[in-house]
Design a protein around this ligand. Structure first.
Ligand SMILES: C[S@@+](CC[C@H](N)C(=O)[O-])C[C@H]1O[C@@H](n2cnc3c(N)ncnc32)[C@H](O)[C@@H]1O
Length: 455
């Protein structure tokens, strides 16, 4: 059997095709035929599909329903509606709704409205999609609006987007534009104070590695909850200043606070997992988790004594990974909308050419800096910048450290904005970026004046 043969059989409604479209036909042949029937002539005998819609094999049922739907014949509405109720497989039930939807006939409306009460959110979503075709019908709009508080979040979002989202006041700024006063600026001071002077929707991308709670010398917090509260405040501000639909990438890992003596135990804090729910509640949408893997030889050996005694419960793996959690500022718009905000040349020039990371496991060597104890490898910053921003964008690191992200931004034709509280690191940034004449360095008061002064 091949596609040309199927085409011939189909046109003639021949008895050979009747023989093939039979429950006893070998699955492979049946599947191939159903998959390749293509567009069906209006006089095609839909009855052939009915027994196959009840076949034991899920894939065959699915394909038979799909083909039955192609006929757009309202006489099968009730049959398809029963399948959407009774079949044991969600994908088959969904396909039945989809086939009803594709008929685009008003007589399908009562069947579809009934299915809005289905307990499977995937089915309800498919029903909504089918009903949205009849958007001019007030009865349907009212029924759909009732789903505003549906328990499923995807349904809620969809209904909100369709019927309740206010048209956003058009901002004066264009999406691709960069605020002149923030271009290649480093500010020495507390990020929570500095960000009060940054307008909303100014930043295209934020990539940062915050202080590691109290695990290093530069970060002293009274308690872990104080630390999380601090990060929460910073990331809320980052949300405000981020442009619609753009990304925030957070690099963290669990940390360990060493024991004070052999009689005590050390304490481990699961920073990425504890901060994640707080970030979601601000409105950031979770997009991806990327794992940064370091070579085994570069990380602290935690299991040397276990390797000797081998006693269970005392096992401690050496931690070779850190997380890059990828979030996007909530929007009803698709990524395509963001891309379309740029001119063709910028999109072309920003294409990520050459080797790309096919998986979420990025193997990168750590880097050691003589001034700073926890710096980003340039390679890590470069990947983030190239995957998540366009040339000419303004990218931000609230915890600037030694300025790695700023340097990589410049080298990749992006503009940067950095904030850093520690004078020593602030100076390291200016030394590091001395190759560029376009950078500006301010303390908090100077920055305030700079931003507030007339253009
Ligand atoms: C993990 S380091 C970032 C290192 C940086 N990614 C790099 O490549 O050099 C975190 C930085 O946050 C800075 N920091 C801590 N609290 C801050 C605050 N309230 N405002 C601004 N920076 C702060 C610390 O001084 C430290 O340099």
């Amino acid at each position: 059997m091949n596609k040309i043969k199927i085409e011939e059989l189909k046109r003639s409604n021949s008895s050979d095709l009747v023989k093939i479209l039979n429950s006893d036909t070998e699955i492979k042949l049946l599947k191939f035929t159903l998959e390749n029937l293509g567009k069906l002539p209006s006089n095609f005998n839909g009855e052939l599909f009915l027994p196959l819609c009840k076949h034991n094999n899920e894939k065959i049922r699915l394909l038979a329903i799909k083909n039955l739907g192609k006929l757009s014949d309202p006489q099968y509405l009730s049959f398809l509606s029963n399948i959407s109720k009774d079949d044991c497989s969600t994908i088959v039930r969904r396909e039945a709704i989809s086939s009803i939807g594709r008929m685009r006939t008003k007589s399908a409306i009562p069947f579809l409205l009934k299915k809005l009460k289905d307990t499977d959110p995937k089915i309800v979503l498919q029903v909504i999609r089918a009903l949205l075709v009849f958007k001019e019908n007030n009865e349907i709009i009212n029924e759909l609006k009732k789903l505003k508080n549906h328990p499923n979040e995807i349904i809620q979002d969809l209904i909100h987007k369709e019927f309740f989202s206010e048209k956003k006041v058009v901002l004066e700024k264009n999406h691709a534009d960069v605020t002149e006063k923030l271009k290649n600026v480093v500010v020495h001071g507390d990020v929570t104070e500095i960000l009060k002077f940054v307008d909303e929707e100014s930043i295209h991308l934020t990539f940062t590695s915050p202080p590691y709670y109290n695990a290093r010398d530069y970060s002293i917090y009274q308690s872990y909850s104080d630390y999380l509260k601090f990060l929460e405040n910073v990331f809320k501000e980052v949300y405000r200043i981020t442009k619609e639909g753009r990304f925030f990438i957070l690099n963290t890992s669990p940390v360990i606070i060493p024991r004070i003596s052999r009689q005590h135990s050390s304490k481990r804090y699961s920073i990425p997992f504890d901060i994640h729910p707080l970030i979601l509640s601000m409105g950031w949408e979770f997009i991806d988790d990327i794992i940064w893997v370091k070579p085994e030889a570069s990380v602290k050996d935690r299991n040397s004594s276990f390797r000797q005694h081998r006693k269970p419960l005392a096992y401690k793996p050496n931690a070779r990974t850190e997380y890059l959690m990828v979030y996007r500022k909530k929007t009803t718009k698709l990524i395509d909308w963001n891309i379309k905000q740029y001119d063709k040349n910028t999109v072309n020039d920003s294409k990520v050419l050459g080797k790309i990371d096919k998986t979420n496991i990025w193997e990168i060597d750590p880097v050691f800096d003589k001034t700073h104890s926890a710096v980003f490898p340039k390679d890590l910053c470069e990947r983030v910048i190239r995957y998540y921003s366009f040339k000419g964008d303004l990218v931000y690191d609230p915890f600037g450290g030694s300025g790695t992200f700023g340097e990589v931004a410049l080298l990749n034709n992006r503009h940067f904005f950095l904030t850093e509280i520690n004078k020593k690191y602030f100076e390291r940034i200016s030394q590091r970026l001395s190759f560029s004449k376009n950078c500006k360095y301010f303390n908090y008061e100077e920055f305030q004046k700079w931003i507030l002064q007339e253009k």
